[in-house]
Design a protein around this ligand. Structure first.
Ligand SMILES: *Cc1c(COP(=O)(O)O)cnc(C)c1O
Length: 369
């Protein structure tokens, strides 16, 4: 813990450190392999992860941002094509659409899960619409039945942004196995995270997988570049770390669910809006909502508890994205009220009681925020 006993919001090192000798062995294995780019570790991880998600193929890439852009490229999406996505997400989702040269169309979210609202997708469809990128925000699944039905009706591709939903399901199907592509980030603080940048794309379509393998590696295929790609490879060191962590992912997600349950019990009497209890969610975040959000966070910080916000800006509040946004009243209201409480098991195993006590202290009737 920090010297001043502040409880961190998240700490990847607390996780990596558990692996001790295994972590050192992973580094050593890569170092002595003399093969640092697209070697055994990446191949093994691609096999392991596609098996875990339940897809035929997995392609390791440098980040989820690249993974989303490369998926759009592999699906043949071109300048002028419109891609519909959610008004509350990491800026990366929208950046990726622009990176691929397409036009983002950003629509509002549901007040319950804060995931994309299928009714708003319908309203935004034009003759130029080619794809939908639903974002499984905070580890909760989007309404995939409705989204896949809309996609079938209008002949649209679906690329799931699973950056916050490793291991989560919808109707017993793992997220990332439902759309044409699933895109994952392994940014260090994600449910499955490495020690740098990393990402992967899952798909059941062999021609998409083949194109993605070329596009991530300059566009090279059989010593020929038919379509120019980029350099976006998952590297061997990150893949080795991911191979070490993947077998523990289900246990970590179960711990997040356990603490989500405990938070529910501990906080239910307080003037906070708590996220739904959902067995198939993986609680990448535990986002509560409160009107005086900034004051509440400041008080908690003074009490030694750090929190996060995901996100404090609706997509329309970013200068570059404003022109592409439909009205986003639900996303904007949420962006003013959201606070993410710590949810990482290594932190809560030690500090859960203190955190919930401090939250209660901050929210007593005599101490209104
Ligand atoms: C983290 C995140 C991304 C970006 O992932 P990178 O690997 O950093 O590119 C994209 N979308 C969502 C929803 C995310 O949470």
């Amino acid at each position: 813990m920090d010297a001043n006993d502040t409880i961190p919001f998240s700490s990847p090192w607390l996780r990596f450190n558990h692996f001790g000798d295994k972590l050192n062995a992973a580094f050593q294995r890569v170092a002595s392999s003399n093969s640092y780019i697209l070697g055994n570790e990446v191949e093994q991880f691609e096999n392991n992860f596609s098996q875990y998600i339940g897809t035929k193929y997995c392609v390791g890439v440098n980040s989820a941002t690249d993974g989303l852009a490369l998926s759009l490229m592999a699906l043949g999406i071109k300048p002028g094509d419109e891609v519909i996505t959610a008004g509350l997400t990491a800026p990366a989702t929208v950046t990726a659409i622009l990176q691929a040269g397409a036009t983002p169309v950003v629509v509002d979210v549901l007040d319950t899960t804060l995931c994309i609202n299928p009714a708003e997708i319908r309203k935004a469809i034009t003759k130029n619409t080619k794809a939908i990128i639903p974002v499984h925000l905070h580890g909760f699944a989007c309404e995939m039945d409705e989204i896949m039905a809309i996609a079938a009706e209008y002949n649209l591709f679906v690329i799931e942004d699973c950056s916050q939903a490793h291991g989560a399901s919808f109707n017993k199907k793992k997220l990332g196995s439902i759309g044409d592509c699933g895109v994952f980030s392994f940014y260090p603080t994600k449910n499955l995270g490495c020690m740098g940048d990393g990402g992967a794309i899952t798909t059941n379509n062999v021609s998409i997988a083949t194109q993605l393998k070329a596009l991530r590696n300059y566009g090279l295929q059989d010593n020929n570049v038919a379509e120019a790609g980029i350099n976006s490879r998952l590297d061997e060191v990150q893949a080795a770390i991911l191979n070490m962590l993947l077998p523990a992912l289900d246990d970590y997600n179960e711990c997040r669910r356990k603490y989500a349950n405990l938070y529910h019990n501990a906080l239910k009497e307080l003037p906070l809006k708590i996220p739904p209890l959902e067995l198939q969610a993986v609680y990448h975040q535990f986002p509560v909502r409160i009107e005086n959000r900034d004051k509440f966070r400041d008080r908690l910080k003074k009490e030694g508890v750090l929190t996060g916000i995901h996100y404090d800006k609706a997509i329309c509040w970013h200068e570059a994205f404003k022109p592409y946004c439909r009205p986003l009243p639900v996303a904007m209201k949420a962006a003013e009220e959201l606070v993410s409480l710590p949810i990482q098991s290594e932190i809560l195993d030690v500090h859960f009681e203190i955190i919930t006590d401090k939250i209660k202290t901050c929210l007593t009737p005599y101490n209104p925020v």
